[in-house]
Design a protein. Structure first.
Length: 71
């Protein structure tokens, strides 16, 4: 994944890869946008939304939330 931080809160990412299964392997392209909001004491709330474009097959949408701590 390659990321580009736009402003203080948003990060845009994209990259390629392979989804490996016992039956077949599918090439994919992933696009993701992430929003980070600093809370306090070096804690950060993160929300992300992404999509996997699988070549010659289906795609998938993902949504994630998390907490991060800087040391």
């Amino acid at each position: 994944m390659v990321g580009f931080k736009s402003g203080e809160h948003f990060t845009f990412m994209f990259g390629g890869g392979v989804d490996i299964d016992t039956i077949e392997s599918l090439g994919l392209l992933r696009v993701d946008v992430e929003y980070g909001l600093e809370i306090k004491n070096n804690w950060e709330f993160i929300a992300s939304l992404g999509y996997d474009f699988r070549f010659d097959n289906y795609g998938s949408l993902q949504f994630g939330v998390g907490l991060a701590k800087s040391f």
